[in-house]
Design a protein around this ligand. Structure first.
Ligand code: ADP
Ligand code: MG
Length: 681
C-alpha cells in the first residue's frame, strides 16, 4: 500500500502550496501576512479563501464540513454539516455555510495557522472556540495567546542583542506512546472497554525484562497497522517520522518531525484519532491510557520544546560569543520558568490515568526537576560559583562570557538521563511528565507563558543597556538567576528514593496525585501569570479548574463502579464456583481413596474461602466509601477523598483478586489474563 511519500504527502491538506495555486495572488499575500505575522484577517479575504477552500474540498470528495476544535473535555470535537442545501425541485446545491467560520465575532474562529484538511470526506477546519463575549472555551485559544506572548517577549530579548524583529516559533515534537492489543480480548474485559485500563490482572510470566520486545522485529499485524497509519497521516500532512516498538510488551511509539506548536498539537490529536480508527481495521485496539497494565511501563507523551527565531533554534549554542550569550540567556530563562512554575507544570500533566504512571516503571516522578547533562551542568556550576570547576575552561567561561567552549561541549550531549522529567537534550528541552492520552495544549500554554514571564523580566532588567554594558549586566543577571534556581537542576537518578528526600530538602514540590496537583492552577501566582500575559482571566482559570476536577472525579466514579461490577458478577462467582468444584472433588476422591492425602486440595480450598471473605469485606468497604465520596458536592474535596480513599481501596481489592487469579484454574477465570493480552499472535 505504501507509495512514494512525496506523491501523497499533504494531498488532503489545503496548505500553502494549494493556496498559492488556487487563490488570487492578492488574497494569498494577505492571508500569508495573517499566518506569518499575525495580522488580522480581513473579512473580504476570508470570504475568498472560504470559497476556494470549499471548491477544493468538493473536488477532493468532501461532502461535509466541520469546525474542528479542541474542547476542554475529550480530545477533538466536530459536528458535520453537509455542503448541500436541498432546493424545492428535488435537486441540491452546495451551500455557503463556510462563511460563518470566518466571522470574527462568531462562536468559532478559523485558525489560519493550522491548515484545513479532509478526513473521511469531511472538510475539517481547525477552529478556535470562544464565547460571544470572547471567553476561551477550548484548548487552542490560550495556546495561540501564549505563542503570541512568547513571540513578543523573545523579540524584546533579541532586540537587546541587536537583532531585528522576527517571527518566533515555539517548536514542538510530541512522541506518542501507545499499546496495541487484540480486539477479541479487549471485548472480554469490561475494565478495558469502560476505563481504558485493566483494573485487575496478575503480572504476566514474562514482563519486559529481556528487552526483546523493544529490540525485536515489529510483528506483521502491527506492521500493517503502522504502514496504513503512516500513509493516512502523510496524506494529512502529518510528518510521522519514526515508529518503533517500546519497552513493554505490546507497546509502541510514533515520533513526528517537530513543527510549530499549534500545528504539532493539532497533528498529535489527529494522529491519536487515526491510531484508534486504523487499529479497528486490523482487529486491534489502540490503548492510549497512561497505565493500561500494572507492573509494566506506562505510556507518556514526551513534549519536545524549543524556540526558533526566523527558523533558527534559540536553544542551540552558536558560533561566536554573542550567540552563546544569547543561548545562555534563553536557557536560563527556561530554567527560571520551570522552577518558578513547577507546580503549574506538574498540574498540567495531572490526570486520573497519569497518577498511576508518574513515579512508576520508567516514568519520571511527580517532582519536577531539570536535567542539563554533565557538560552544561559544569558550565552552570562555574557561572554560579565563579570558580573553576572540573572543567578547565571554567574561568574562561566566567571571564569571556563562556563562549568559545560551548559548542564543543554541547554538540555531543548524548548522555541522556531517562529518569528526568525535564531534560535538556542538546538543542531542546524534553518534558516527559505528560501522559499519552493528553492534549498537550495546556502544558505548552503554561510552558510558553512561564518562559514569557522570565524573558519579560530579563528584558525589563536590561532596559536601555547596549554593547558591553549590556553583556556585563546580562551575564551578572544570568548568574544570579542560576544561583536562585539551582535547586531545580538535578542530573541524578530521578527514580531513586533518595531523590524524594533530597527534593524535599531543596523545597521542590512533590504532588503525587491529581487531587494534590490541581490547587496549583488557581493559586494567586498562577492567576497573576495568566492575567499578566492575557492568556486566561481569573474566571476562565477557575472554570478550567472545575472542569478538570470534575473529569477526574467522574473517571474515578466510573472505575469504582466497573471495579465493583467485575468483582460481584465475574470474580466472586468464578472463585466460588471453583471452590465448590474443589470441595466436590475432595469428596469424590475421598469416597474412592479414603487413605489419600488430600491436604493440598484442602489447602487450596482454604485459600479460596479465605479470599472470598477478604474480597467481600473489601467490596463492602469500597461500596460504602464510593457512595459517600461521590455525594461530596465540592469537587476538590471529592477529588481528595477519591485519591486518598477510593483509589487505595480499589488497589487493595485488586491485590486480593489478583492473588487468587493464580490459585483458580485458568478454565474458571472469567477474563483474559495479562499473558493472553500482552502476547497475542
Ligand atoms: P528520543 O530519543 O526521545 O526518541 P528523538 O531524537 O527521536 O528523541 O527526537 C524526539 C522528538 O524531538 C522528535 O519529535 C523531534 O522532531 C523533536 N525535536 C527535534 N528537534 C526539536 C526542536 N528544535 N524543537 C522541538 N522538537 C524537536
Ligand atoms: Mg523522548
Amino acid at each position: 500500500m505504501s507509495t512514494n511519500v512525496s506523491d501523497i504527502y499533504g494531498s488532503l491538506v489545503f496548505n500553502e502550496h494549494v493556496m498559492a495555486e488556487r487563490l488570487p495572488s492578492v488574497t494569498y499575500k494577505a492571508l500569508m501576512r495573517t499566518i506569518e505575522r499575525g495580522e488580522p484577517l480581513d473579512i473580504e479575504v476570508a470570504n475568498v479563501v472560504a470559497h476556494s477552500m470549499k471548491e477544493w474540498a468538493i473536488e477532493h470528495g468532501a461532502t461535509h464540513y466541520t469546525h474542528w476544535f479542541q474542547p476542554l473535555t475529550g480530545m477533538t470535537s466536530e459536528k458535520h454539516d453537509s455542503f448541500l442545501d436541498p432546493i424545492s425541485d428535488g435537486r441540491a446545491l452546495p451551500n455557503g455555510g463556510l462563511r460563518a467560520t470566518f466571522e470574527a465575532r462568531g462562536y468559532t474562529a478559523w485558525d489560519p495557522t493550522s491548515y484545513a484538511f479532509i478526513k473521511d470526506e469531511v472538510l475539517c477546519i481547525p477552529t478556535a472556540f470562544c464565547s460571544y463575549t470572547g471567553e476561551a472555551l477550548d484548548e487552542k485559544t490560550p495556546l495561540l495567546r501564549s505563542m503570541a506572548a512568547i513571540e513578543e517577549q523573545a523579540n524584546r530579548v533579541l532586540a537587546l542583542f541587536g537583532e531585528k524583529r522576527r517571527r518566533i516559533d515555539v517548536t514542538i515534537g510530541c512522541e506518542q506512546e501507545y499499546f496495541l492489543i487484540s480486539e477479541e480480548q479487549y471485548k472480554q474485559r469490561l475494565d478495558l472497554m469502560l476505563t481504558n485500563r485493566t483494573l485487575f490482572g496478575y503480572a504476566p510470566c514474562k514482563g519486559q525484562e529481556l528487552d526483546d520486545h523493544y529490540f525485536g522485529a515489529i510483528r506483521p499485524t502491527v506492521n500493517e497497522f503502522m504502514k496504513e497509519l503512516d500513509d493516512e497521516l502523510w496524506k494529512l500532512g502529518v510528518p510521522a517520522k519514526t515508529k518503533h516498538n517500546e519497552v513493554a510488551p505490546a507497546q509502541h511509539e510514533l515520533a513526528p518531525i517537530f513543527e510549530n506548536a499549534n500545528r504539532a498539537i493539532d497533528h498529535n490529536l489527529l494522529t491519536m484519532e487515526k491510531m484508534r480508527l486504523i487499529a479497528s481495521r486490523h482487529g486491534l485496539v489502540c490503548l492510549q491510557h497512561e497505565k493500561p497494565f500494572a507492573g509494566i511501563n506506562g505510556s507518556g507523551k514526551h513534549d519536545n520544546w524549543s524556540l526558533a527565531a526566523g527558523g533558527r533554534n534559540l536553544l542551540e549554542p552558536g558560533e561566536n560569543p554573542m550567540e552563546n550569550l544569547r543561548f545562555l540567556v534563553f536557557l536560563t530563562c527556561v530554567i527560571e520558568a520551570v522552577d518558578e512554575y513547577q507546580e503549574l507544570l506538574r498540574m498540567s500533566a495531572a490526570s486520573a490515568g497519569n497518577d498511576h504512571r508518574l513515579g512508576a516503571n520508567e516514568a519520571p516522578p511527580a517532582i519536577v526537576s531539570i536535567f542539563l547533562g554533565s557538560e552544561l551542568s559544569g558550565i552552570v556550576d562555574a557561572l554560579v560559583n565563579d570558580h573553576e570547576s572540573e572543567y578547565e575552561s571554567a574561568d574562561k567561561i566566567a571571564m569571556d562570557l563562556g563562549v568559545s567552549v560551548l559548542p564543543a561541549f554541547l554538540i555531543d550531549n548524548t548522555d541522556r538521563n531517562r529518569t528526568s522529567p525535564f531534560a535538556f537534550t542538546g538543542n531542546k528541552f524534553e518534558f516527559r511528565m505528560p501522559g499519552s492520552s493528553q492534549n498537550l495544549s495546556e502544558t505548552n500554554t503554561i510552558l510558553n507563558t512561564a518562559v514569557s514571564k522570565s524573558l519579560k523580566d530579563f528584558a525589563d532588567a536590561m532596559d536601555g543597556l547596549t554593547g558591553e554594558a549590556f553583556e556585563k549586566a546580562a551575564l551578572a543577571h544570568i548568574k544570579q538567576l542560576l544561583k536562585d534556581h539551582s535547586r531545580i537542576i538535578f542530573d541524578g537518578n530521578g527514580y531513586s528514593e533518595e531523590w524524594q528526600a533530597e527534593a524535599a530538602r531543596r523545597g521542590l514540590v512533590n504532588l503525587p496525585t491529581t487531587a494534590d496537583a490541581m490547587p496549583a492552577l488557581i493559586s494567586q501566582k498562577s492567576i497573576d501569570l495568566f492575567e499578566e500575559f492575557g492568556i486566561l482571566t481569573e474566571a476562565e482559570v477557575r472554570s478550567r479548574y472545575e472542569v478538570k476536577l470534575e473529569k477526574y472525579n467522574k473517571l474515578i466514579n466510573i472505575e469504582a463502579r466497573t471495579c465493583k461490577r467485575m468483582v460481584r458478577q465475574l470474580y466472586l462467582p468464578a472463585i466460588a464456583d471453583y471452590a465448590a468444584e474443589v470441595a466436590a472433588n475432595i469428596g469424590k476422591v475421598h469416597a474412592v481413596s479414603p487413605d489419600a492425602d488430600l491436604s493440598p486440595q484442602e489447602h487450596i480450598l482454604a485459600k479460596l474461602n479465605r479470599g472470598v471473605k477478604v474480597i467481600d469485606d473489601l467490596l463492602i468497604q469500597l461500596d460504602e466509601t464510593h457512595h459517600r465520596v461521590r455525594a461530596i458536592p465540592d469537587q476538590q474535596e471529592c477529588a481528595n477523598e477519591n485519591a486518598s480513599k477510593v483509589v487505595p481501596l480499589m488497589d487493595a481489592l485488586r491485590a486480593e483478586v489478583d492473588a487468587l487469579e493464580i490459585v483458580v484454574s485458568a478454565n474458571h477465570w472469567p477474563v483474559p489474563s495479562y499473558n493472553d493480552i500482552l502476547f497475542y499472535a
